[in-house]
Design a protein around this ligand. Structure first.
Ligand code: ADE
Length: 274
């Protein structure tokens, strides 16, 4: 996969040389190119921003440097290939595991992280026209506002890169990920343990050394329900009831959830004492 980042802080992307992404680059599985947006400015101060039309606080990134930068990156594509443009912004659609999977299937991603109040809208509209609506994604990594999109680029890149074939050591490693499609879909992963069997007088659950794969799988699923009901009750509320077996329903009931008339699950409301 090829990955280009256009930014006013190229040094912010240094972590792309480290760990999983760094190794994928070294192995040639990822071709990462970081570009300084200011190279496409033509004034003495390398200006990339200006005040917003209509007034208001903050500055807006000017369209000209972005247009020249993106044209140059896009033109560097071989055999007429076109990239998918990813624009991190708190106003974008939420970044999810599903979107990570979708992006991991694209051969070429170009990131346009903004600073200040964002990029002049005409830039996004221009590349949606030129590359196609489906090739421009405005993406938010969460309901909070960062000082710029570079940290979001790191997040998205890591989530996407680990899905590329051959990047994770163990091909099975993302099978049980929280949010991975499959029998554990919509459940958070439960706790994990490793050696030693005793640490500071704390042991490990006996079932994990029972050698009984069925029981281990059931225990993991129960723990996943426990963690999900605690940390992400919204995932239980929207989970597909058809995916729940008898034991799942019993666990949910024990955790204080009840089946609603539409088959979905909701937290049981304790009966009010008369
Ligand atoms: N830029 C600023 N905040 C952001 C967020 N939450 N997600 C993506 N990009 C951002």
């Amino acid at each position: 996969m090829r990955l280009d980042v256009v930014t006013i802080f190229p040094e912010y992307l240094e972590p792309l040389n480290v760990s999983l992404v760094g190794k994928a680059r070294a192995r040639g599985q990822l071709d990462v190119r970081v570009h300084d947006l200011r190279e496409w400015t033509h004034d003495r101060h390398n200006t990339v921003d200006d005040s917003p039309y209509g007034g208001g606080p903050g500055m807006v990134m000017k369209p000209e440097p972005w247009g020249e930068a993106l044209d140059s990156v896009i033109e560097s594509g071989t055999d007429g290939s076109k990239p998918t443009l990813v624009v991190p912004t708190p106003s974008g659609r939420p970044f999810t595991q599903q979107l990570a999977v979708e992006l991991s299937e694209r051969p070429w991603l170009v990131f346009a992280p903004a600073r200040y109040e964002g990029i002049d809208r005409r830039v996004i509209d221009e590349y949606a026209d030129r590359l196609g609506e489906d090739a421009v994604h405005e993406v938010s990594i969460g309901d909070y506002v960062l000082a710029g999109g570079e940290a979001a680029v790191l997040v998205i890149t890591e989530a996407v890169a680990r899905l590329l074939p051959g990047v994770l050591g163990n091909a099975e490693s993302h099978r049980d990920d929280s949010f991975a499609p499959g029998p554990m879909a919509d459940l958070l992963e439960g706790p994990v343990y490793t050696k030693p069997p005793q640490w500071r007088e704390r042991g490990i659950p006996d079932v994990l050394i029972s050698g009984h794969h069925g029981k281990v799988a059931r225990w993991r699923r129960d723990e996943a329900f426990r963690r999900t009901t605690d940390n992400r009750p919204d995932l239980i509320e929207r989970c597909d009831p058809a995916a729940l077996d008898k034991h799942d329903r019993a666990i949910l009931a024990a955790l204080g959830w009840e089946e609603l008339p539409d088959g979905r699950f909701g937290r049981s409301v304790p009966a009010v004492e008369e």
